[in-house]
Design a protein around this ligand. Structure first.
Ligand code: 5GP
Ligand code: ZN
Length: 112
């Protein structure tokens, strides 16, 4: 198994998990883009949102985001981003939801 997020989510690489249940794990992004930047991932490998065919897992991932956001006190708001595929700017080929917050975030997308 070479996938870095598989290793983190399943405890092969020691990383503090901010959330863990039978299907989902969450940990801090190594290069945070905001005061709070957490990655929420399935424990079983899925390449990207394009390959996600399990509505129960989709719900579990989104529900984990809500649980974490509440635990982190993000009542003022936050943003969830799922970069998908090459046009989507996905760098790590294991599905992950970015939970970003802790400050007032700017425009959603670059203008062009
Ligand atoms: P993507 O561009 O694929 O949506 O985002 C990948 C994210 O994973 C980036 O924000 C990057 O900083 C983060 N990342 C890459 N490698 C690691 C790692 O080994 N550990 C952690 N915690 N985050 C990582
Ligand atoms: Zn993986």
């Amino acid at each position: 198994m070479t996938c870095i997020f598989c290793k983190i989510a399943n405890g092969e690489i020691s990383t503090e998990l901010l959330y863990s249940d039978d299907k989902v794990a969450a940990f801090r992004d190594i290069r945070p883009q905001a005061p709070l930047h957490i990655l929420v991932v399935p424990k079983a490998h899925v390449d990207s949102l394009w390959e996600l065919d399990d509505p129960e897992l989709a719900g579990a991932l989104l529900h984990a985001v809500t649980v974490i956001a509440r635990a982190e006190g993000l009542a003022r708001g936050y943003r969830v981003i799922v970069n998908t595929g090459s046009d989507g700017g996905q760098e790590v080929p294991h599905l992950h939801l970015h939970l970003i917050g802790g400050t007032a975030l700017g425009a959603m997308l670059p203008k062009h």
